[in-house]
Design a protein around this ligand. Structure first.
Ligand code: ARG
Length: 588
């Protein structure tokens, strides 16, 4: 289905042609003076040079032609040569009815690509903290947007499960319980099926080990050795590693499920360990990787680099693999198993250099197929109101579960203050609204920028917030339910009529921007585009709602048209919040 801009452009292009000008000058766009007109075409200005005429003369001729066109209610040529256009209400209503009849509200199908979105990136054995929140929220939305565009999309969590943190835990455990069979080199029997630690013990072991390694050089050396031995296949360490995974991964899954974030693949750095030797051999054989100070590296600098891009390290001098190695092997694995056209990494922007190196090495060494697009969406830091990275009141690292629960409690308080509700229902609603508050608070900012996590602002029912969006949807649902009850039928009218007032017209115009919004959100990997769109739609809806007495309207036809408009508004808003990764409650 054509967008409204395309439809308008065709009409204006025809008029340019009929007046003897090239049709390319007839492109229309949304007006940047909405107080004057809805759409505009500036082609007369551009064409003046070619035809040696004053732009306003050309604009006047085209305007004359267009004034007879029933699609427009008003066309004006204004100095120095703009065409200001307003649509006929019938034309606008017809367009919205077409949108309403389309499953994707007019979004055109694209050539489907195979896309992997790599997001989440939690580290096993460490509790999720707010640093992981942005990856989860933004990545989930990016995945859903890609999928809605019609692409075949895989979300991969890419667990951090193969690096130094594993060696640290193993080493610390050895100090604490050296009599465990995992540390007995002569042990050949079956290792115990039960893990030698609980989740909370595990979560205590890691920070303790990490702190120790910063003070105690010998301890760190041992941890590095343990990491290397684990990777080399040490039997006891592999068994311990499996215990760590078994204890940690189900907890991660639960945490992500609470966030409505889900992954198609639960692969990790460890999953590709077996691919590393062959990959390294190929990199050497191709003449790409060479030894430098004992380590194996690939040069990735380019002549026109404006900053220094150091060589990409593939193996450390002790032969251990690194973060880059597993990321490269993962690209190889993804090519072998899924053959993606595009891979989008949603990771903290402080890792940009790592991804420049990985992408360049992957392309140079032929690890990815030619033409594979590798994108890095580096997100900014989530700060507290003091402008520093978000912490607990005591200054510690804030656990994600705690943060979510704080917001949920704030929401519950507000909901129960608002009106009386059944406690169980209020509990459920507070979860739904809290999730929207958190996700919208994040996604409404451009991902690459730092933002301030402001609980008071995010949980407010007013302003550009998740609760405001949900409140608007709930308001629409309630009107639709009342209408259905009055008709004693669930069947709602579907045909919109021509706008009856300026507020209705403004809402209809706002809705027409759906497909261009989604396309821009995909092209720019920018969920904040969708937030800006729904905020606009909600504002226009609320203005319309305050100015129009919908349910008591006596003209049945008018009322039916309004109900159809509400229905379309609700469907579009619900589609959009689904793309952002949250849902609306029935009541709030
Ligand atoms: N585990 C990493 C970290 O916490 C993030 C992983 C991002 N994804 C990737 N393919 N490297 O920093």
């Amino acid at each position: 289905m054509e967008t409204i801009i395309e439809k308008i452009s065709t009409i204006v292009e025809d008029a340019f042609e009929q007046c003897g000008y090239d049709r390319k000058y007839g492109k229309a766009g949304i007006s940047n003076r909405p107080d004057l007109c809805q759409f505009q075409c500036n082609g007369s200005l551009a064409s003046a040079k070619e035809y040696h005429k004053a732009p306003i003369a050309i604009a006047n001729e085209v305007c004359e032609k267009l004034s007879a066109n029933s699609s427009f209610s008003k066309v004006e040529a204004v100095a120095p040569g703009f065409l200001n256009i307003n649509l006929a209400d019938d034309f606008l209503a017809k367009h919205l009815n077409e949108m309403a009849g389309d499953e994707k509200f007019g979004l055109e199908a694209v050539k489907p690509l195979k896309i992997i979105v790599d997001y989440g990136g939690p580290n096993v054995a460490k509790p999720l903290h707010v640093g992981h929140l942005r990856a989860a929220i933004i990545g989930e939305s990016v995945k859903r947007i890609c999928r809605f565009m019609g692409h075949e999309v895989i979300g991969d969590v890419h667990l951090g499960d193969w690096g130094l943190q594993m060696g640290l835990i193993i080493t610390e455990l050895r100090y604490r319980s050296c009599d465990l069979p995992y540390f007995d080199e002569s042990f050949t029997g079956e290792y115990p099926a039960d893990p030698p630690f609980t989740l909370s013990e595990l979560e205590e072991i890691y920070p303790a080990a990490s702190a120790k390694s910063k003070e105690d050089e010998a301890f760190k050396e041992e941890a590095l050795l343990a990491t290397k031995q684990l990777q080399a296949g040490h039997r006891g360490y592999r068994a311990l590693w499996q215990h760590i995974m078994n204890v940690s991964v189900p907890d991660l899954k639960k945490n992500y499920a609470d966030l409505s974030v889900d992954f198609d693949w639960w692969k990790g750095e460890s999953s590709v360990d077996g691919l590393i030797p062959q990959m390294v051999d190929d990199m050497k054989a191709g003449g790409f990787a060479y030894e430098s100070e004992g380590a194996l590296v690939v040069d990735v600098a380019k002549e026109d680099d404006t900053k220094e891009i150091p060589p990409c390290m593939i193996l450390k001098s002790d032969g251990a693999s690194l973060y880059t190695t597993t990321d490269l092997a993962t690209l190889r694995d993804r090519r072998d198993t899924f053959d993606p056209d595009r891979v989008i990494y949603v990771v903290d922007k402080r890792q940009e250099m790592h991804f420049i190196q990985v992408f360049r090495a992957a392309e140079k060494c032929g690890i990815v197929r030619e033409g594979t697009v590798l994108d890095f969406l580096g997100f900014g830091t989530m700060n507290g109101k003091d402008g520093k990275p978000f912490k607990t009141r005591e200054g510690g690292v804030m656990r994600l579960e705690v943060l979510i629960d704080d917001i949920r409690k704030t929401m519950l308080q507000k909901i129960t203050d608002n009106h009386e509700t059944d406690p169980a229902e209020a509990e459920q609603t507070s979860k739904t609204v809290a999730l929207a508050a958190i996700k919208y608070g994040d996604l409404s900012n451009q991902a690459t920028k730092d933002y301030v996590f402001d609980i008071d602002k995010f949980t407010s029912f007013e302003g550009n917030t998740g609760p405001y969006i949900l409140y608007t949807i709930v308001r629409i649902k309630s009107i639709l339910n009342k209408y259905a009850a009055s008709q004693k039928s669930d069947k709602l009218p579907k045909a919109l009529g021509p706008a009856a007032n300026e507020y209705e017209r403004a809402l209809m115009l706002a809705l027409t921007k759906f497909s261009q919004t989604i396309t821009a959100a995909y092209d720019e990997i920018a969920p904040h585009r969708i937030c800006a769109y729904i905020y606009d739609v909600c504002n226009e809806f609320n203005r319309f709602y305050h100015e129009t007495r919908i349910l008591v309207e006596e003209d049945e036809n008018k009322k039916k048209g309004w109900i159809a408009l509400l229905l379309l508004t609700r469907r579009i808003l619900e589609q959009c919040i689904d793309l952002l990764g949250f849902t609306a409650p029935e009541k709030m």
